[in-house]
Design a protein around this ligand. Structure first.
Ligand code: FE2
Ligand code: FE2
Length: 167
C-alpha cells in the first residue's frame, strides 16, 4: 500500500499536503529528487515502521513530513548550499511554525533531525527515530544521485569517443 491509497496516513498529513507553501517543494531539487518526494518518503516509511512498533506514530509522521520544509532551492550558490547543511533544520522549524500548529515533540523532531552534524539534541525517542530514518533514506538517495550523474558522465564520454573515432 502506498501513501496515495493509505487513508490513515493521508488523514494525518492532509492539511500539510494541501498547504500551498508545502506544494512549492514539488519544484525544489533535493538529493536528485524533489524535496516534496523526499519528505513524503521519509514520513511514510516512518509512519509504517513506527506504527508497527507501537510508537507515537502521529507525531513521528507529522514531524517527519516537515523536517526539511524550507523553501530555498537551486538558486543558492554552492557555498550557501554547504552552509545550509548546518542551518536548514532551524529554517525548517521556522517555516513549519509559520504554516502549522506544532507540538513540542514535532518541533524537536524537525530541529534535531541533523544531529550530530547539528548540535540540537533529540529529546524524544520519536526524534531519534526520524533522525535515523532520514539518514538511511537520505544516504540511499545521495548514492543513487551520484551513481546517475557518474553513469551519465561515462555515457557522455562514450558518445564523444564514438564521434571522434568515427571521424
Ligand atoms: Fe535535512
Ligand atoms: Fe531529510
Amino acid at each position: 500500500m502506498s501513501y496515495i491509497t493509505d487513508k490513515e496516513y493521508r488523514k494525518i498529513v492532509k492539511d500539510i499536503l494541501r498547504n500551498n507553501n508545502f506544494k512549492k517543494l514539488y519544484n525544489i531539487e533535493h538529493h536528485g529528487i524533489s524535496r516534496w518526494e523526499h519528505l513524503v518518503k521519509v514520513s511514510y516509511y516512518s509512519y509504517k515502521i513506527s506504527k508497527k512498533l507501537n510508537m507515537d506514530y502521529k507525531s513521528i509522521t507529522r514531524g517527519a513530513i516537515l523536517h526539511d520544509f524550507y523553501l530555498d532551492g537551486d538558486e543558492r550558490s554552492k557555498s550557501k548550499k554547504f552552509f545550509d547543511t548546518f542551518t536548514h533544520p532551524k529554517r525548517a522549524l521556522q517555516t513549519s511554525m509559520e504554516n502549522f500548529e506544532l507540538t513540542d515533540k514535532e518541533k524537536n523532531i524537525i530541529v534535531s533531525h541533523m544531529f550530530p552534524i547539528c548540535f540540537v539534541l533529540p529529546k524524544y525517542k520519536e526524534s531519534i527515530f526520524v533522525n535515523l530514518v532520514d539518514k538511511v533514506i537520505g544516504t540511499k538517495e545521495l548514492i543513487k544521485e551520484h551513481y546517475c550523474k557518474t553513469k551519465y558522465r561515462f555515457e557522455y564520454l562514450f558518445v564523444l569517443t564514438l564521434i571522434f573515432v568515427g571521424k
